[in-house]
Design a protein around this ligand. Structure first.
Ligand code: FPP
Length: 242
């Protein structure tokens, strides 16, 4: 057990692959949507905890580009949960100075979800506490392809030359432009996979995997993950400093 220490370095950016909602529900003989509903509670708890300890960015993998393959009823339950979250929680996002941002191809979401997202993003745009980044219809390969296309178009239009493209310029064409890379990547439910999430951005992230299912992941679990992060030596490919 790594104890969280508020005086040690706090990760600026935590990214989470929220996995295990379905198995959590199955264990209890409940429909999968109940797992997602319980998972939305964990989202709230993690938001509160991140705000409390001073994390700047929390990125949540809420719906991947591959999740469209799920049964229509489950997709619609997830969209319903998102709508409910935005409707119910926007006042508390305002109260807690939280800004909402979205990454992914969220133009593929139902019109009503897009409207609600736009509204909450506009409303919270000037908040300067925690930034909640929700990944919706997100896939990292698609994001990298999108950035490549945008850069190629700029080259065709004569705005840049191929030799101008470096890692900084490439990052500026990703959905996460302007955000720091995640310091800590958490995945719940014990799977050792990245699942097409922030492939470029997690190059030097510390990875924390727990067997807990997402609906069971609450305040103490997040603090445990940050405690473990605080024990890691980050070298970014260099050598240990004194
Ligand atoms: C993965 O569990 C989880 C998801 C695909 C959805 C995550 C969504 C939420 C927690 C709800 C709402 C989010 C917000 C931001 C309001 P899984 O279904 O793949 O679980 P399994 O692997 O056990 O089947």
């Amino acid at each position: 057990m790594a104890a969280f220490d508020p005086d040690k370095e706090i990760p600026r950016h935590i990214a989470i692959i929220m996995d295990g909602n379905g198995r959590w529900a199955k264990q209890r003989d409940l429909p999968r949507r109940e797992g997602h509903r319980a998972g939305a509670q964990s989202v709230e708890t993690c938001l509160e905890t991140c705000g409390e300890i001073g994390v700047e960015y929390l990125t949540l993998y809420a719906f991947s580009s591959e999740n469209w393959k799920r049964p229509e009823a489950e997709v619609s339950a997830l969209m319903g949960l998102l709508a409910h979250f935005l409707k119910e929680k926007t006042p508390s996002l305002m109260k807690n100075n939280i800004r909402l941002q979205v990454i992914g191809q969220w133009e593929k979401l139902p019109e009503s979800n897009q409207r609600a997202l736009r509204k909450t993003m506009e409303k919270t745009a000037k908040n300067d506490g925690l930034t909640l980044v929700v990944a919706l219809s997100y896939g990292s390969r698609e994001e990298v392809v999108g950035a490549t296309r945008a850069l190629m178009q700029k080259a065709i239009d004569g705005e840049i030359k191929p030799e101008d493209v470096d890692a900084t310029i490439f990052s500026e064409h990703l959905d996460t432009a302007g955000m720091p890379d995640p310091d800590l990547l958490i995945r719940t439910s014990g799977e050792y996979r990245i699942s097409n999430f922030l492939l470029w951005q997690i190059s030097y992230s510390e990875i924390y995997i727990t067997k807990d299912y997402w609906p069971d992941f609450r305040r103490e679990h997040l603090l445990e993950a940050v405690g473990e992060y605080q024990c890691r030596q980050r070298r970014f490919g260099g050598i240990e400093s004194d």
